[in-house]
Design a protein around this ligand. Structure first.
Ligand code: PEP
Length: 233
């Protein structure tokens, strides 16, 4: 299983250090073999002396080495901290920050060229789901994206389940992941209100290779509990 934590705009650098150190100890002490990813804020990028299988990734970066892009960070700033993993296409960047599919594909191709592991997010709105156009919509979010890229991980995150506390139903996740599996060989994650009480059920879904978690992962104790409860699926 893959367990990925997306901090979004939460946690300080001081707490991120404490978080990573506690998580690192938990993983070593419990001999956890899963792949663990943490995406802290840009101000908290660092390896913080990790000794286990935790990978630190960037939530976002501009597709340049460096330059005049006020407020953005580029490859040079990621390189300084040894970051080789990035989230691309998250619905909050698509919806709130108005990133177009064309720009997302440009970002994808830039970081692919740099050999980054890319967690690529897709997800439909409630209206799209209600009008039974989910798969058509999800496939359109792959426009310009190389599905054969060997460092690709795909995260299916229905927008209506993100941050609502109400996860999609097991049958619905199963249906979408099975349909994606027909064309996507990369690991498939589910995201949207994953927590310690539903991880067992979600981890048992046939084509689910892991989870991308927001709110329930912002406190390290809670993230550790999710990882613990997801064992032996
Ligand atoms: C997310 O935004 O990637 C996410 C899955 O959030 P939450 O777990 O809070 O629904």
């Amino acid at each position: 299983m893959i367990y990925a934590s997306n901090f979004k705009t939460n946690n300080t650098r001081a707490y991120t250090k404490e978080y990573i150190n506690t998580l690192d100890d938990f993983i070593s002490e419990n001999s956890i073999k899963d792949e663990i990813y943490v995406f802290p804020t840009a101000t908290s990028l660092n390896m913080f002396g990790i000794s286990s299988n935790i990978t630190i990734g960037a939530q976002n970066a501009y597709p340049v080495k460096n330059g005049s892009y006020t407020g953005e960070i580029g490859l040079e700033q990621l390189d300084e901290f040894g970051i080789k993993t990035i989230l691309i296409g998250h619905s909050e960047r698509r919806e709130i920050l108005k990133e177009s599919q064309e720009f997302i594909a440009q970002k994808f191709n830039f970081f692919k060229e740099q050999g980054f592991r890319i967690i690529y997010c897709i997800g439909e709105t409630k209206e799209t789901r209600d009008s039974r156009k989910t798969m058509e919509y999800l496939w359109s979010e792959f426009d310009g994206i190389d599905l054969e890229y060997d460092k690709l991980i795909v995260a299916y995150e229905p927008i209506w389940a993100i941050g609502t506390g109400v996860s999609a139903k097991k049958e619905d996740i199963d249906e979408v992941l099975s349909a994606l599996r027909l064309r996507v060989k990369a690991p498939l994650l589910y995201g949207g209100s994953v927590k310690s009480t539903n991880i067992k059920e979600i981890a048992s879904i046939k084509d689910c290779d892991g989870v991308l978690i927001g709110s329930a992962s912002w406190k390290v104790e809670s993230f550790c509990e999710i990882i613990k409860n997801g064992q032996n699926q």
